[in-house]
Every structure is written in structure tokens, then in C-alpha cells.
Design a protein around this ligand. Sequence first.
Ligand SMILES: Cc1ncc(COP(=O)(O)O)c(C=O)c1O
Length: 481
Amino acid sequence: MTSDTSSDFRAQFERIGAWIEAYYRDPGRYPVLSRAEPGDLIRALPARPPQEGEAFDAILADFERLIVPGITHWNHPRFFAYFAISAAPITVMAEALAAALDANAMAWRTSPAATELEDVTLGWLREMLGLPEAFHGIVYDTASISGFTALAAAREALDLDVRARGLAGRDLPTLRVYITEHTHSHIEKGAIALGIGRENVVKVPCDPDTFAMRPDALARLLDEDRARGMRAMAVTATVGTTSTTSSDPVAAIREITRERGVWLHVDAAYAGPAAILPEFRWLLDGAHGADSIVLNPHKWLFVPVDLSVLYIRHLDLLRRTFSLEAVYLELPDTGVRNYMDYGLQLGRRFRALKLWFAMRTLGVRGMQDALRAHIALAQELAQWVAAEAGWEISAPHPLSVVCFRHVPPGLDDAACDAHNLAIMDAVNATGEAYLSNTRLHGRFVLRIAIGNDRTTRDDVLAVWKLLRDAARQRVLATVTP
Ligand SMILES: Cc1ncc(COP(=O)(O)O)c(C=O)c1O
């Protein structure tokens, strides 16, 4: 029997609730970076599935004994890697409710509230971000899929009848997509999947200090390619790049793409949410005229992975890109949207529920306060780094990420890279903090991202101390015979 409505279910659910509550009270008691070795869990688990159902107690005990040690704790207050995240605890309950309903949000009639709540929450979010109503929002799982979906619509917008006739064996112009070296890799992946070819993903040079796309270089490349008979399919501008959170000059790029009739996609996966702050509204200013914009509430708007939003101006075009009539899915619905027609997926989780819970629980004010706190901590860290002899800031840091490195005298570039890598490894090995890195101008750079609500000033001070101690020990080790 798969459905258990007995009192057991309630008791078990209460135990899970108690486990989560205890976990949330102190996720810092675990090593932030899992200490698991490759294959640990595979060796610990039986090779075959159980023939008979097992008891809840045994499963929960194994969850704690075997699964939790293999978890890197993104909830840990000293998780500073990639883009640190934090889901509002209430969203865990929303996820449980969505799982309980087990509604497939593929079409309006397969759960009208799921479709309509998606419309309502994304309408609220659009207003919070100050985006024009011409944008219609749709939920996907990740920015990678949202971005792919936007690129697919951009290809359809070229009116090359690719939908019916494909790309092969035809006399088509070479299609080009324009990015920078700082654009997230999913755009290139999307171009590969759409048959554009990696060779046709053009990296527009960036300003060396701001890491932002140079509009003059974009205009030149677009014009040169057109003169060679190529066709521009899309330009991707990023608001908040993954490495440094730099932003491409979207307004200038919009002018260039508008003049040339090219689709502009804005990847604001990380930084887009910051536009809910009046003082950061400007982040999306240029994006108002874009064709599509992506942002990830699962990065910086307090919902757990996964929930990404695509705002697109051309909803009919998107529908034309993906919709098919399957005989087993004939839907007499009129005047409603069936979101299975707007992407690759048929089945869709009821993701909007957790966004709704988060928005109602925190309110716009609560979300704004939390983002401001993250940004303020990052700015304070940047001040400490800049003021410390032997350390340097490696990139502008307008938001909640700081890139920096230790530069002891007498090290060449390669040695300095190795030195900073060793510092990072030493800190991460403590289990007390976890940070990641990037490369800027070819150099290895440490990177701290603040996005966790549990992170306090003391936590940031603690990682900063760990870093300085690790740097000091390494310098001592190299000068002591
Ligand atoms: C700027 C940017 N865009 C897109 C992505 C991809 O996000 P997702 O994991 O939701 O596909 C990331 C991931 O960090 C990112 O930083």
C-alpha cells in the first residue's frame, strides 16, 4: 500500500518536522563541506533494492547515518561558495504541500490553481522588480532551462521554419549567438543543443576592469558577421556574472540589438532579485527593452532549489516554438494557458506554491531587508580585504560577492595561483567554512558569496581569519628552512 493515512503517517511527519527544526536551528554543527570520499555511499548501500518494505525508523536512521554525512551544507552559515543561498523555512512546508497534492501543472485543467498561482506570483514579482507588464513570466526548473527556452524562441523568431524543416540539408545562413567570456556556460550549452554549434557562439571582448561587455565591440562583431552573410540569433547580456557579479551595459546593448533586429536575452539569474531594492532598481533598467530575462528565485529570493523564472515579451512566439497537439492530450480549454506548450517539459512541478509562501511570509520588506544585509556584509568584507597588507581586491563588488587574493611579494603568477589555491584548500579542509574560486585575467582568485540568512558578521570575520591564518602559515612554511 502506498498511501498511509494512519496515525503512523502523522507521527512520522512530526518526526521529520522535528528533524528539520533541529537542523535549521544549528546547521553549523556539521562540517560545511562534506568529508565524503568518492564511492562512500555506494559502498555503504546494498547493491539490490529491498524486496520487502522497510520500517520508517530504519530508513530515517540511515538518512542520518549515511546520507547526511554526504551532504555539503548549503544552509551552513559559513557556506560562502558559488552563490550562497537560503530558503525561507516556510518554503519547506510549501514543498511538502506541493508533494502531497502531487499535482502536475502541465495544463490549466490539470490543476487550475497551479497555473493561476504561477501567473499571480510572477505578476507580483514583476512588479517588485519594476519590469513592464509586457513581460509574461513562466516558471522553469533552472536558469539553464529558462535560458535554453529563450534561445529556442529567439531561433523561432528568425522565421527560418526550423520547427518544421530542421537545420540540416538546407541552405541556411550560419546562426550566431553573442556572449562574453563571463557569460554563464548554459548559454553555450543551449546553443549546442539548438544546433547552432560552439563555433558560432561569439565571445565579445570585455572591459578589462569592469568585466562587462564592450558595446562597441559587439556592434563591430555583429556588423562584420552580417557582412559575411551570417545571421545573429541572439545576444546575451548578463546582469550579475557568475565570477564577479559584473553587469553588461544592457541599455547600450539594447540599442545595438534593436537597430539590428537581434533578440536580446538578459541573464539576471543571480543579480536580478536585487532589483527589488529601490537602490538597485537600475540593475534591470536596460533590461526593460529586452526580449527575455531570466532570474532565479532559488538563488536569491528565498525558495529552495529549484525555481527559475523566464520573463518573455513574445508569449505567442514561445508557444509556437514548443506546442504540439498530442492525441492523448486534447484539451478543449480555451482562454487559458497550458504551460506544457511553452517549453520542453510536459510534466511540471507546482513550484509557484513555495514562492507564494515565501512572498507572503517575508513580504517585500522582509526580502529587501535580507538582501540588504547580505550586500552590507559583503561590502564590509571587501573593506577588510582592501585594508589588509598583502591582500588585494580583484574585481568591483557591487553586490554580495567579493573576489580577492593574497599577493605575497616575490611570487610569480603561477606561484601566486598555487598559493591562493592552497589557502582555499586549507580553509575548506577545516570544515568550518567553504569558499570557491574563479579566474580573472587568467589568475586564480578567491571568491566569497554571501547569501545565507544565517550568516552573521561573526561568520564573515571567522572566514576572513581562517584565510589570513592559512596565508600566514603558507608564507611561514616557504621562508622557514
Ligand atoms: C549568471 C548565472 N546564470 C545562470 C546560472 C545557471 O543557473 P541554474 O543552476 O539555475 O541553471 C548561474 C549559476 O550559477 C549563474 O550564475
